[in-house]
Write a protein that binds this ligand. Structure first.
Ligand code: COA
Length: 236
């Protein structure tokens, strides 16, 4: 599928987005690349990437995101202006809208979640890219580490990534990114792909709802949002 497919379908699907609903899109962003839609600051950011594959991944995911959001906002892709939170979370600054979104890319896949007035976080990870032994001690709580270590060998990396993606999606929903220690988050799996993620801070505890997302072979995906919502899946 291509950018023109996304341009055609996004306005129709966007028109049906209800409150307490999340539209979750996944696909290969390089099929939707259109550098003409990027802003000057995005082109400058792209030119600063040292590795061409990182530059291409950034341009492709921004093109796809702009094309998709333009369909929901009923405007031209290049007319969208993004603002950024203190830890880099992008938001739609212009046009004025209730629409919220978050995105993640890994390998040749990306996830984009879109909603109205909801704080969202998504994460997708390619299974082969995980440095297993480093990640387990620096990102898991003691009980999560024990659960991973008790799992059959072939299943451990996958289980680690299921925890990891939930935690990263949580931190992206809150907007703080990896500035917050992953070991301060505790994930509970409840069956049917549903989870809760609790952050224990000295003064308050935040708990959000998670969902494991089927992203196909070798990929693990997660969505975190508050409150619990209904979810519609689309491909591009
Ligand atoms: C957000 C973060 C967890 C993403 O990790 P990643 O696995 O490398 O990348 P993903 O593909 O999952 O997500 C990247 C996308 O998340 C979004 N994003 C960036 N920062 C974000 C944040 N703080 N919260 C939510 N989403 C964020 C962006 O759209 C980004 O895509 P883009 O850079 O291509 O536009 C990581 O980059 C991070 O911790 N950033 C915070 C850095 C920080 O503390 N900056 C301080 C600036 S003063």
């Amino acid at each position: 599928m291509s950018g023109s497919y996304l341009r055609e379908i996004a306005p129709q699907i966007g028109a049906g987005l209800g409150f307490r609903e999340v539209h979750l899109w996944q696909g290969n962003p390089s099929t939707a690349i259109d550098t003409d839609v990027l802003s000057e600051d995005e082109k400058q950011r792209a030119s600063r990437y040292r590795f061409s594959e990182h530059r291409a991944a950034f341009m492709a995911s921004r093109s796809a995101t702009r094309t998709l959001l333009a369909g929901y906002l009923n405007c031209r892709s290049r007319d969208i202006r993004f603002g950024y939170g203190p830890f880099g979370k992008p938001v739609i600054a212009q046009p004025s809208t209730q629409l919220t979104f978050n995105l993640s890319h890994s390998g040749n896949r990306m996830l984009i979640a879109v909603a109205r007035e909801l704080e969202l976080g998504v994460d997708i990870e390619f299974e082969m890219g995980c440095r297993f032994t480093d990640a387990i001690s620096t990102s898991m709580t003691c009980s999560e580490q024990a659960r991973i270590e008790q799992a059959p060998l072939f299943f451990r990396e996958k289980l680690l990534l299921r925890y990891w993606t939930q935690k990263e999606a949580f931190l992206k929903a809150v907007g703080v990114g990896l500035s917050f220690p992953l070991t301060s988050l505790h994930v509970e799996f409840h069956g049917a792909g549903k989870t809760t993620i609790r952050a224990i801070e000295p003064t308050r505890s935040i708990c959000l709802y998670g969902q494991e997302i089927d992203c196909g072979r070798s990929y693990i995906g997660a969505l975190v949002v508050d409150p619990a919502v209904s979810l519609c899946h689309f491909q591009f």
